[in-house]
Structures are given as structure tokens and as C-alpha cells.
Design a protein around this ligand. Structure first.
Ligand code: SF4
Ligand code: SF4
Length: 163
């Protein structure tokens, strides 16, 4: 019989938050824990992106930041991410307006910012961090490690339709 590996534990503590806080309070009024709990764990914002210099259009690739754990879709060192990866952009209330249009359309922050509700697969709805992956929202199993791709070949990995 094939052994089933246990699902990784949710690194985000989503306990004890105000009930349905995302429907009752605007993003700028969320506590720090509520803000963190909004992340669905898809990891798509950690995929390398290409920007058209003329139009400013941003497209995603399936190539993951070197610090992203391809199995869990989580940052390999969340507390030190800014120090370890110069290009890592940490989204917060102050830069939200600047970068929200770069975020994937499925991103919880973008959905709420644009006046939508969370999707029914979101861990805050399901109570299960794996629901993001089961719904096919993350690119788990479909990403390429940054180390395996030459920078000049990034265009070959564009996945604009999936984000
Ligand atoms: S795209 Fe949004 S929801 Fe997904 S990991 Fe990034 S911040 Fe979290
Ligand atoms: S360093 Fe930043 S972009 Fe890279 S995996 Fe961590 S959070 Fe994502």
C-alpha cells in the first residue's frame, strides 16, 4: 500500500479572529493577524514576473522565486524574506494601491480591494489550508525553480492565462 504523506500544517494561525472580519471591515481596519490570515497560501505572488517596458503590462511565469518552497507554496524564510531576496515586495496597507494590480486575480487581497468576497475555496471559508491547492488555484507541482531557468529564457515560461 502506498504511504500518504501528511498535508503540511498551516503556518498561518487563523484562530480567534473576528467572525467573517473580511466582510465586516475594510482592509485598512484589519488587525495584523487578520491581514496575514487573508493570504490563501497560493504562492502565486512569488512567481517571477516580466514587465513590458513600453506598456507596463505585467505577466506571470511559472518560475518560482528561489526562496519559495515548491511543495508547500510557502516562502522558505518568511521573517527574513526582504533581506534574502532583494526583489521581494512585501505587501502592506501603505503600498497596497501601488502593487495590487500586479497581484493574481485570485489573490484574496485583490478580491477584497476590488469589492468582491473571498472565493469558496479560501482557507478562511473551508477551515483547511489545502483547499487552495485542491481547487487548482496554486501552481503546486507545476512550477519551475529559479535556479533551473536562465534569465534569458524566462519568456518561455509565461503563464498569463493562469493568474
Ligand atoms: S497571491 Fe495573494 S493570496 Fe496568494 S500567496 Fe500571494 S498574497 Fe497570498
Ligand atoms: S522571498 Fe518574497 S517572493 Fe520569494 S518566496 Fe519569499 S515571500 Fe515569496
Amino acid at each position: 500500500m502506498k504511504r500518504q504523506d501528511p498535508a503540511p500544517a498551516d503556518p498561518i494561525d487563523r484562530s480567534g479572529l473576528r467572525p467573517e472580519f473580511w466582510r465586516r471591515f475594510p482592509l485598512e481596519e484589519l488587525t495584523r493577524r487578520e491581514w496575514e490570515a487573508l493570504c490563501d497560501g497560493c504562492g502565486k505572488c512569488c512567481l517571477l514576473k516580466l514587465e513590458d517596458e513600453d506598456t507596463g503590462e505585467v505577466v506571470y511565469t511559472s518560475v518560482a522565486c528561489r526562496l519559495l518552497d515548491l511543495g508547500t507554496c510557502r516562502c522558505g524564510n518568511y521573517p527574513l524574506r526582504r533581506q534574502l531576496v532583494a526583489g521581494c515586495v512585501v505587501m502592506n496597507r501603505d503600498n497596497l494601491e501601488e502593487i495590487i494590480d500586479w497581484m493574481p486575480r485570485s489573490c484574496a487581497y485583490r478580491l477584497l480591494h476590488d469589492g468582491h468576497d473571498l472565493e469558496d475555496w479560501h482557507p478562511l471559508i473551508t477551515g483547511d489550508p489545502e483547499s487552495t491547492h485542491r481547487a487548482g488555484i496554486s501552481l503546486r507541482g507545476r512550477m519551475t525553480a529559479e535556479y533551473d531557468v536562465d534569465e534569458d529564457d524566462l519568456e518561455d515560461h509565461v503563464i498569463e492565462d493562469q493568474c
